[in-house]
Write a protein that binds this ligand. Sequence first.
Ligand code: C2O
Ligand code: CU
Length: 534
Amino acid sequence: AALVRYKFVVQETNYTRLCSSKNILTVNGRYPGPTISARRGDTVIVDVINQATQNITIHWHGVKQPRYPWSDGPEFITQCPIQPGSHFSQKIILSDEEGTLWWHAHSDWSRATVHGLLVVSPKIGTTYPFAEPHAEVPVILGEWWKNDIQTVMEDFLRRGGDPEPSDALTINGQPGVRYNCSRQETTKVKVDQGKTYMLRMVNAAMNNIMFFAIADHQLTVVGSDGAYTKPLKTNYVAISPGQTIDLLLETNQPHNHYYMAAKFYNSNPATIIKYNGNYTASPSPLLPLLPAFNDRNASFNFTRSLRSLASTDHPVDVPMKITRKLLYTLLINTLPCGNNSVCGGPQGRRFAASINNITFDTPKTSILGAYYRGMNGVYGDDFPDNPPFIFNYTSDSLNSSVQTPMNGTEVKILKYNDTVELVFQGTNVVSGIDHPMHLHGHSFYVVGSGIGNFDRQRDPLNYNLVDPPLQQTIAVPQNGWTAIRFRANNPGVWFMHCHFERHISWGMEMVFIVWNGKTSDANMLPPPPDMPKC
Ligand code: C2O
Ligand code: CU
């Protein structure tokens, strides 16, 4: 395994989109940021230098960082922010991840522009579990606001309602041709006819699950979240914020250009980007057919159809004997506005999001630091294993006793090598919506999902324990549930949250602390000397 080194200078850079300019936060002046390339098992050192005027942290999304949470990145969970003028040398320790991952800022809403791909190729001497593609094409789905993103976030927090919607959807940093001023700039991918291309896709959007398709072309899914899947032929893809999908595209069509397009699921603007080829001209590119924005089944069915490759080279290892059974309800509800004069949520209240009725309060110092040094008063260890009340989560009404979530900084303690089954229960209450749940430090097997209330007796009988997909982000359906299993074999402090930025701001997050095991190779490694201070 190699040691690879990168330098990330975080800075303000002027960018123009939609005929309007603003300063954005970038890495090395680039938006989207630079791609990190490594091979399975490599270690990458990234020297992060903050030359901007605001605090920042960087997270390596999908990298498990065995025994080394120190570089994981979520602000006030595993580290204090890197302040303007200071730097932090972060270590990305790759283990069994292989495929497309990504990195992004993990403080405030700065990940809107501070993100990029992290590509993990097979080890030297090994190959993809499919024929070597002719070339690889990054497809980074994102969102662009004409307003400053920090201002967008602050307005949203002040008003208590929904955030200002973005002004454009982007692919590789460029809005589609349908937006004003974007026709020339729209990303164009040049391909040769009769070849196979690998699309390395990430949904880096802030607040929306997306549908994606290419006109007249079938796509083959071969991987997601840094693990291979059984090849899945499909006409469209549904991808959650945080999720990555690897796709094969065969350029086997007769015309010279096609659009590839992405649009929001659960809200309806569309973006289009152009796909160029060297073959027969057609007057104007064809638009792909995408599912309707409110087509819940299209999203759920696609997500449910992913399967692990489950081959000799890429075996599955689903925990069979479970030591921790957890049921977490994901709920959006409301809180009184306090002394805010404007309050944009329903019934003059503000939105609050919770897991098991706890809205997470982010502390002012790092939870990992407090845990490592045995500091009291930063967090509690009372995160409930089950929802605190019996309720029909999928009905439309909610009685007032559970209208008010509790605030808290509660963690769930896991013992080293605990085998966890965690069922997320989605809800239909106040503002029911899918929640793309993301766990740091671990991959998990998605063993089951369904519509309605989870049934502890009946539903586990239908779990897929043979070839469930191995993921790090999973869209829990509104009005339904998703069951995951993982082994807590990574000692440290690990964040778990909905990957919708507005839901993080509303408190839909919690923390697992995995205790050290008995032997020294099951212990957390010591912190690096240059950990940022609060
Ligand atoms: Cu992609 Cu906690 O993050
Ligand atoms: Cu959510």
